[in-house]
Design a protein around this ligand. Structure first.
Ligand code: ZN
Length: 276
């Protein structure tokens, strides 16, 4: 027996070279910049009046697991884009957040034959804003998060990126059903949460046994294929040593790795169903 993984897109976020690739080198004796640039890379273009055309856009997925006794969702994706942009603006971040009609999560789940109330378990891989944006919709689900993540949302240090105290509501909305764990945790016969850290203190990846072998749903441990193929982390990095160690562990234990924020995923898995 094995599970199927459905990647569901919930919108896109603007990113950049320096967000996608740690240190964003312009020159390097061992690698060419063109080999480090993430898929679809383009620079922002400003007009004289200050308006601009967005640069690199990256997907914001959630991952639906089919084949366990319970219906399991990994992360809840991008919330209201206007709310996100005004919230981030307070912190000096002017990245674009967008969502098409097809990327509204309720409709996207309906196309899989599900209502939000049908989700039994939600695993939050970490508490950055683009992973918790629709928590309140899942009114019947048990939520699982690493306990190390919670203080960062409740009282984020000012230098911590992508945790917004304005969005503590995303946690209080489900706090009666929140289970805080510490370490690895099996949520199904073919599904295990692995605490890896690196990108965030309590970052988790999901190891899933599928017909294609062991698949690692990497969440933000890897943003993109550059991070995977070059063993080169993304810009926002919490613990470098954990990243180095668990980059090795994941590659030793996974047959396939799914990065979280790379449209190149759609070229490799056009149906966005992995393990059919
Ligand atoms: Zn993310």
């Amino acid at each position: 027996m094995s599970v199927k993984i459905h990647c569901i897109l919930t919108g896109s976020l603007e990113s950049s070279y320096s967000t996608s690739v740690y240190g964003a080198p312009e020159r390097h004796p061992l690698v060419k910049k063109t080999d480090l640039l993430p898929y679809g890379y383009k620079e922002r273009v400003y007009a004289e009046d200050g308006s601009f055309a967005p640069g690199l856009m990256v997907p914001v997925p959630v991952w639906l697991i089919e084949g366990e006794d319970q219906t399991i969702l990994i992360d809840t994706g991008l919330g209201d884009c206007d709310e996100i942009m005004s919230m981030q603006n307070r912190y000096g971040i002017d990245y674009i957040a967008t969502k098409s009609r097809e990327e509204e999560i309720v409709g996207a789940l309906a196309r899989k034959g599900l209502k939000p109330e049908d989700i039994d378990v939600v695993a939050l891989t970490h508490l950055h804003f683009d992973h918790i944006g629709n928590n309140e919709l899942f009114s019947k689900a048990r939520f699982i998060v690493q306990k190390d993540e919670v203080p960062f949302l409740v009282n984020p240090p000012p230098f911590a990126t992508f945790y917004y105290r304005e969005w503590q509501t995303k946690l209080t909305a489900i706090s009666d059903r929140l289970e805080m764990i510490d370490g690895n945790y099996r949520i199904g016969k073919n599904l295990e949460l692995i605490k890896v850290g690196g990108h965030a203190a309590g970052q988790m990846v999901v190891m899933a046994r599928t017909s294609l072998g062991q698949v690692c749903i990497a969440s933000d441990f890897y943003y993109n294929y550059t991070n995977i193929d070059r063993s080169w982390p993304m810009g926002p990095l919490w613990n470098v040593q954990q990243w180095i160690d668990n980059d090795r562990w994941i590659k030793a234990n996974a047959d396939i790795i799914l990065p979280n924020h790379d449209y190149a995923l759609l070229n490799r898995y056009p149906s966005l169903v992995i393990g059919e």
